[in-house]
Write a protein that binds this ligand. Structure first.
Ligand SMILES: Nc1ncnc2c1ncn2[C@@H]1O[C@H](COP(=O)(O)OP(=O)(O)OP(=O)(O)O)[C@@H](O)[C@H]1O
Length: 439
């Protein structure tokens, strides 16, 4: 049966073009021009994949993402963004988007991503054989730790920014463990509501809540002695944290709405891209659970600190893409390599991989030149038309940092913080909201 794709974009001609292209490739498409329309379609129909523009007239791609995740976390959502919105894309991945595509959208790239997303069962990832063992000074220690911890039963917490390769590290640990024959299941906790998270993890009995139309086996039950990877574990709600803690302590759990218990044998690997210890200290995450999950921490360094490994990753992604797209590419020009070394890669390895793949696709030469690189990366900052946005962003980042530091200093006493900052409480509250600061 043809796969059903929902395309959300207020640019009708773009939607029609994508729709026609996907239809030619045996997919069934439906289009929506607004978040409102998309919601009503998601409520009524089943889609195998959702493709959404980030900027919608009445919302954003992130709204689509969280709405779709709250309805069915298994449906992959792919976001279309402008390169100047790369931080939005990074954020979307954190919140459970399958992938992002940057504009201008290239049809072949789009089709590849859509096909890959449709093939992926978002949870049970097949084991990789393309893991690059780190050689750089920054990450050597990380690989030593992986090797040490893999054959043990120790619960591992992986800390690192989005896109640094935390899931890859988890899969690597599983691959080197005694349970490599058992399943590896990745659960993206970032986007799950309490109800869905409980049922994803522990399963549910038919009728236990609205929407529970059938019995469902949870990941802890289906993974057996394998590895369960809890990505963005810091985002689990308080109730689910309690359930998880109990399950780990008692090594038993039950499906939502059932009294029958099942044993928990899985190895747990958790990951977080913000500092979970700090979050636990500040009360945003249960400390007892934190200690259970964090018998050993592995830090995955950001790509900007792995410059000695950058060429290895570039080569790897370049060869991978050249093979996949059937192109004869030797590599990148010295100029591009230089530019890559100076860019700070906020989306880390995922961003690098996407940039490399796209340039391989677009390049007409065997050596990829600067013209195939997104201008936001290729041009010095001062030449970018979006400099103004960057300036405001920079101002907000500085403001946010100052407020966060002050709040920490005064142990989150808002009146004291406002006094120290020389602003009134109301202004402080406005800033906290506007800058998205946890308080
Ligand atoms: N060691 C590695 N070898 C080869 N490719 C890697 C490696 N680590 C990461 N990657 C590449 O980087 C991409 C992102 O990695 P991964 O999904 O593991 O990151 P993450 O930190 O879990 O991201 P997020 O926090 O956003 O979920 C992968 O799709 C893969 O292509």
């Amino acid at each position: 049966m043809n796969k059903k794709i929902l395309i959300i974009d207020d640019d009708t001609s773009f939607s029609l073009m994508v729709s026609g292209y996907l239809a030619k490739n045996e997919m069934e498409t439906t289009t929506a021009g607004s978040f409102y329309k998309a919601k009503s379609l998601i409520d009524k129909e089943y889609f195998d994949l959702i493709l959404s523009d980030h900027r919608l007239p009445d919302g954003s791609g992130l709204d689509v993402l969280s709405y779709s995740k709250s309805k069915n976390p298994d449906i992959p959502v792919v976001l279309i963004t402008a390169y100047s919105d790369i931080r939005v894309a990074v954020n979307a991945i954190k919140k459970g988007a399958y992938e992002y595509i940057t504009k201008p959208v290239n049809a072949t790239e789009l089709l590849h991503i859509v096909q890959r997303a449709l093939k992926s069962n978002s949870h049970s990832t097949s084991l990789s054989n393309d893991y690059i063992v780190s050689v750089g000074s920054q990450s050597k220690e990380m690989d030593e730790h992986i090797r040490l911890v893999a054959p043990t039963e120790v619960a591992v917490l992986i800390q690192g920014e989005s896109g640094t390769g935390k899931e890859y590290v988890a899969r690597r640990i599983h691959e080197l463990s005694h349970h490599r024959q058992d399943p590896f299941v990745a659960v993206d906790c970032g986007a799950l509501t309490t109800e869905i998270a409980s049922s994803e993890l522990f399963g549910h009995e038919k009728g236990s809540f609205t929407g529970a139309v059938d019995d469902k086996i949870g990941h802890f039950e289906s993974v057996g002695k394998g590895t369960i990877f809890l990505d963005e574990v810091g985002n689990l709600s308080y109730n689910v944290q309690i359930k998880l803690l109990r399950a780990i302590q008692e090594r038993r759990a039950h499906r939502v709405g059932s009294n029958k218990e099942f044993p928990i044998k899985a190895r747990i690997i958790a990951a977080s891209n913000d500092d979970l210890r700090q979050k636990a200290k500040e009360g945003g995450f249960r400390e007892d659970l934190f200690h259970r999950l964090n018998e050993f921490t592995i830090h995955v360094p950001p790509l900007r600190n792995r410059s000695d490994e950058l060429p290895t990753f570039i080569n790897h992604f370049c060869n991978e893409a050249a093979k996949e797209f059937g192109k004869n590419i030797h590599g990148f020009s010295d100029e591009v390599m230089e530019v890559f070394q100076h860019y700070d890669w906020p989306g880390n390895l995922r961003e690098l991989r996407n940039v490399v793949r796209r340039s391989v696709l677009l390049s007409k030469n065997e050596w990829i030149g600067i013209e195939a690189i997104p201008p936001e990366i290729a041009e010095p900052l001062s030449m970018q038309p979006s400099t103004l946005i960057k300036y405001t962003e920079a101002k907000e980042i500085a403001e946010k940092k100052l407020i966060e530091e002050t709040l920490r200093k005064v142990k989150h006493n808002k009146s004291k913080a406002a006094r120290l900052l020389g602003i009134d409480r109301k202004t402080l509250y406005n800033k906290l909201q506007k800058l998205n600061i946890d308080y």
